[in-house]
Design a protein around this ligand. Sequence first.
Ligand code: UDP
Length: 355
Amino acid sequence: MRVLTVIGNRPQFVKAAAVSRLLRDAHEELLVHTGQHYDDELTTVFVEELGIPRPERELGLGTGTNTEQTARMLAALGPLIAAERPDAVLVYGDTNSTLAGGLAAAQARVPVAHVEAGMRSFDRAMPEELNRVLTDHLSDLLLCPSATAVANLEAERVAGRVELAGDVMVDVARLFQPRAAADDAPLQRAGVEPGGYVLVTAHRAGNVDDPARLERLVELIAGLPVPAVLPLHPRTRARLRASALLDRLDGNPGILVTPPLGYLDFTALLCRAQAVLTDSGGVQKEAYLAGVPCVTLRDTTEWTETVEAGWNVLVDLDATAAYAALERTPPPRRPDLYGDGHAGARVVEALATLI
Ligand code: UDP
């Protein structure tokens, strides 16, 4: 069978790493990169490190608002799908590329498979939530990372077939975390000791696009009682510059501000951190898998099981709550919440049922 896969941003490169190679062993894949993320730090480095095939098509559609991006992607993907006539279109996660790929395929009457289906924060103010809900309702095959996701889709009575595949990011984390955890070099380069720092990431629109919330975020990070490593997403860097707030972090002796890191360096720093502070979806889950407590800089999460298991605390931008969360001792148990590390194989198997 021929599968046209649409990816476009950093976490989708990570997710594709669990599927693309396996898919190509059995079938034909055309990997299309929309260019939603276009910096090498957010894309090329993952192709090299994670062994993802180089995308066959690069659409270069990175800039603009969410609606402009989605519209331009639809306009480009429609004719591409019509010309290629794949047996299925595969999309991942919750980005503009996910929605555009899914909708363009559905309109061309090509079956759509959605990996990471059924995740919900129940916060429609998040652009990602709109992308998730809409993509799930136009998909033919909904591949869920968790039982909660399956239950969410059953409650919404989606039209497509729902399967519990497990989480493809678990496959990648299981493969790379042991190696990364044994690598001291990224910690030495960052000038930090194992367990003696926190790793911080923040880039959600809800935290960085509103100047008042951005200032609260900066105050929270600047007031951390332990050294922090902060790989800065280009979007966040741009917003900090525009609000003249970058110096409060970059000039702070307790904070190491770096460019976005490659997956292996980032994973090394994640595995040895005292805790992770983040508003990322993927990073919350990777912290759990690495046995590192997570403090989430949002008031909702799709990864609710990590909170219920006691390894993740939602603090929004409340600095006092964030510092208190750092004092918590994580529980002794860390059950396998998101599958056994073979989700990629299940995705490939399920795709074959679409022809
Ligand atoms: N990541 C990375 N380098 C960084 C920050 C994150 O490799 O400097 C990886 C991280 O390990 C995870 C993915 O990028 O696999 C998460 O991406 P992001 O936070 O951009 O997306 P989200 O999961 O929030 O959609």
